[in-house]
Design a protein around this ligand. Structure first.
Ligand code: FPP
Length: 249
């Protein structure tokens, strides 16, 4: 399959290209409430949520944003009703199978982070295939956090580093931020500059705890399936108005 050349399209003229976030993270909240308001089963909200995510990915790609990370399934989400969990797993698999060709055409590099070994084997196979097929694509880095928990990721890194110390490969004094980050699932991806959370909840919910240290947060009452380009434009406008000091004056 041949990749299309990257053409940046339609960045709204009031946004400054040089001051766009390099990496946007999203907590896609409110699918269930959206469905309830429409008188539909909860899972229909997730289905519509996929459409909203596809639109956002395309928009980031069009506007020149280099990385997008979406929280698709947390380690706590296993506590949802079995039918909903099964629906989500099947949905992820179906979406991957259906969208791979388009992701290739649009140069997307997809990556999954989280404890992937606990996912259904057929989903693991689709995940591996999509990551392998897209790994050299030069476009946006699209990371999907699936069976992901920030604390669990930090513990996973700590264990790996502790083993290296135990084996005498490194000294405790050599453990610095760079070394620690190289053991996170997100190694090699810059920290998110902007976190967007929909449906008005004011929480991080165990998402990218280390990486989010200096992220600007944008929270909107809009439910995830209704999050569109106009909403994203508003989020970017708010971001560009922020004064990012990183702890300095
Ligand atoms: C939160 O809404 C949403 C989720 C737990 C699932 C989000 C997943 C997707 C949109 C699919 C992404 C798919 C791929 C392959 C990347 P909620 O159910 O918590 O809503 P509520 O708070 O209104 O109940």
């Amino acid at each position: 399959m041949t990749a299309k050349p990257i053409v940046l399209q339609d960045l709204p003229p009031d946004l400054e290209r040089e001051r766009l976030p390099r990496h946007v993270a999203v907590i896609m909240d409110g699918n269930g409430r959206w469905a309830k308001r429409q008188g539909l089963p909860r899972v229909m909200g997730h289905k519509r949520g996929v459409d909203a995510l596809k639109d956002l990915l395309r928009c980031c790609n069009d506007w020149g944003i280099k990385a997008l990370t979406a929280y698709a399934f947390s380690t706590e989400n296993w506590g949802r009703p079995l039918e909903e969990v099964d629906f989500l797993m099947a949905l992820f698999e179906r979406v991957l199978r259906k969208e791979l060709r388009e992701m290739m055409q649009e140069n997307v590099q997809i990556r999954f982070v989280g404890n992937l070994n606990a996912l259904p084997l057929s989903l693991q196979a689709e995940i591996e295939r999509s990551m392998a097929d897209t790994q050299n694509n030069p476009g946006i880095r699209f990371t999907v956090a699936t069976n992901y928990g920030g604390r669990q990721e930090i513990l996973h890194a700590c264990r790996a580093i502790a083993q290296q110390v135990q084996q005498g490969l490194i000294q405790p004094e050599q453990i610095d931020e760079a070394l620690f980050e190289s053991h996170l699932y997100t190694a090699g991806i810059c920290d998110p500059d902007l976190l967007i959370r929909t449906s008005g909840e004011m929480r991080i919910s165990n998402f990218l705890l280390w990486q989010m240290a200096y992220a600007e947060m944008y929270i909107t009452e809009t439910l995830w399936p209704d999050f569109d380009r106009a909403e994203f434009h508003r989020a970017l406008t708010a971001y560009q108005q922020r004064d990012r000091r990183f702890g300095k004056v």
